[in-house]
Design a protein around this ligand. Structure first.
Ligand code: SAH
Length: 216
């Protein structure tokens, strides 16, 4: 999309993402295309391409561009995957996924955020995205299994339903709260029923709510 933020967006990809070592051409291409400023509410719009997370209302945030790129790269999408996203939020991460896989299911707890994102998916012709309102800590069983699952809110522990809904050879990326107060962005792989975990980065996300989320 050619818009007045195009140059800023290409600069963001080069300086914040590629120069920090993320090289997946499909991921960089998708991020270079999606108009991030449309997902950022008007008061913060001029900061849309800054190297930072931003508030999107209802106490929620849109992740820093580098973190979106890191999480998306870890999913290793090649184009044919079915993907589950927990935490639609602004819909920005969803719009990126929509360009990289065949079918995306995204679940959001807050109906108004979900509705706002759904309007943008129509505008941007993200026709392969199914929008759901509900508790995504339970996954979205009806469309399982998924080749990739991405959770964009921090969980106290790995939610069992998400592991159950992950296909063999699937990848799950999720921020997990650790005992010392930090959150660790974790890549979980499922290979022949064996689960392995790899820590990717220390991060700061809003809490995952719901049945397998943070209590209180
Ligand atoms: N990926 C988003 C960032 C969203 S912030 C973006 O690009 O904008 C995390 C989101 O997770 C919030 O919108 C919050 O309401 C949602 N959330 C928290 N717990 C949830 C749950 N159990 N199920 C679904 N959504 C949840």
């Amino acid at each position: 999309m050619n818009d007045r933020y195009w140059i800023e967006r290409q600069k963001m990809v080069e300086e914040q993402i590629r120069h920090r070592g993320l090289q997946d051409a499909r991921v960089l291409g998708a991020i270079a295309e999606v108009p991030r400023h449309l997902f950022v509410p008007a008061p913060a719009r001029e900061a849309s391409y800054d190297d930072t997370p931003l508030v999107i209302g209802y106490g929620q945030t849109i992740s820093q561009p580098y973190i979106v790129a890191l999480m998306t790269s870890a999913l290793e999408l090649r184009g044919a995957e079915r993907v589950l996203e927990v935490g639609t939020g602004s819909g920005y991460q969803t719009a990126i996924l929509s360009r990289l896989a065949v079918e995306i299911h995204t679940v959001e707890l807050i109906p108004k955020l979900s509705a706002r994102a759904a309007r943008l998916f129509v505008l941007l012709k993200c026709h392969n995205v199914s929008v759901h309102v509900g508790d995504g800590s339970l996954g979205w069983p009806i469309a399982a299994p998924y080749d990739a699952i991405i959770v964009t809110a921090a969980a106290p522990a790995l939610p069992a339903p998400l592991i159950e809904q992950l296909a063999d050879h699937g990848r799950l990326v999720i921020p997990l709260a650790s005992s010392n107060g930090y959150q660790l962005l974790t890549l979980v792989r499922c290979e022949g029923g064996r689960i392995s975990e790899q820590v990717l980065a220390s991060v700061c996300f809003v809490p995952l709510r719901g049945r397998f989320g943070v209590k209180g």
